[in-house]
Design a protein around this ligand. Structure first.
Ligand code: ADP
Ligand code: MG
Length: 260
């Protein structure tokens, strides 16, 4: 069945959780059982929206999937390798090679240009200047911001700032993009633009895992996982809505149709 000429490993399951639990110990014997036995598989190229009420365990799940933390019990296999027992340094290595992260608050350095923000992970990785510049430029191009490379965050709209943050997440060529409420600070039209970008990335083979509490946003994913009290209570694939941003609204601009 596997006809992909470039695939040397199984093209199907990218990550697999089995009976994953996460208990936070708060001291004095007080514990929070944030995940209570989560089992799921995600295939390469899926675009998964994780939904659920506040406190249901979404961020805890994302932290485990992103190798930022380890499960208390159960196993996590990433690309066929059990990563649940790795040391912090080993996890960091897997994370840097495999994951890109996007946050609700963008987390850009404010006194630094878009280009330099995107270069930052490469700087940490010890990549030489010339390659850093080229890769940062390519990543900014991929998110449609090549012409804003020298702008600082305060010279960019919220949607543009989030796109810079996505370029930064892409610059290490991750297979998996994890985004916790990436549209939480954006208006609805800009949110749709960001979802269109995620859909594009999904088509290029990147697996996107996104947390959102908005059903309107989850509609753009190929799969919706619903959490409640640390458990997956619903998990379904769907035909995603095509993310096509509507005309510019005039919420914060005088005049009509003034896009820029
Ligand atoms: P969500 O992202 O769905 O709002 P979280 O995964 O952040 O949920 O939290 C799940 C539960 O775990 C909550 O009860 C929360 O208070 C608790 N929790 C999350 N992180 C920690 C932590 N570092 N230490 C202790 N408890 C935590
Ligand atoms: Mg959360």
């Amino acid at each position: 069945m596997a006809t992909g000429q470039h695939c040397v490993e199984s093209p199907s399951v990218l990550l697999r959780l089995e009976g994953v639990e996460k208990v936070y110990a708060l001291g004095d014997g007080v514990e929070v059982r944030a995940l209570r036995g989560v089992s799921m598989e995600v295939r390469a190229g899926e675009f998964v929206a994780v939904m659920g009420a506040s406190g249901s365990g979404k961020s805890t799940l994302m932290n485990l999937l992103g190798c930022l933390d380890r499960p208390t019990a159960g196993t996590y296999q990433l690309e066929g390798r059990d990563v649940s027992g790795l040391s912090r340094n080993e996890l960091a290595e897997v994370r840097n090679r495999t994951m890109g992260f996007v946050f609700q608050s963008f987390n850009l350095l404010s006194r630094t240009s878009a280009k330099e923000n995107v270069e930052l992970p490469l700087l940490y990785a010890g990549i030489a200047t010339k390659e850093r510049r080229e890769r940062a430029r390519a990543a900014l191009e991929r998110v449609g911001l090549a012409d804003r490379a020298n702008h600082h965050p305060n010279q960019l709209s919220g949607g543009q700032q989030q796109r810079v943050a996505i370029a930064r997440a892409l610059v290490n060529n991750p297979r998996i993009l994890l985004a916790d409420e990436p549209t939480g600070n954006l208006d609805s039209r800009t949110s749709v633009e960001i979802m269109a970008l995620f859909q594009d990335l999904g088509r290029s083979g990147i697996t996107v895992l996104l947390v959102t509490h908005e059903a309107d946003i989850a509609a753009f994913a190929t799969r919706v996982v619903m959490m409640r009290d640390g458990r997956v209570v619903d998990d379904r694939t769907q035909l995603p809505l095509a993310a096509v941003p509507g005309p510019v609204q005039n919420d914060d601009a005088a005049g009509t149709g003034g896009a820029q």
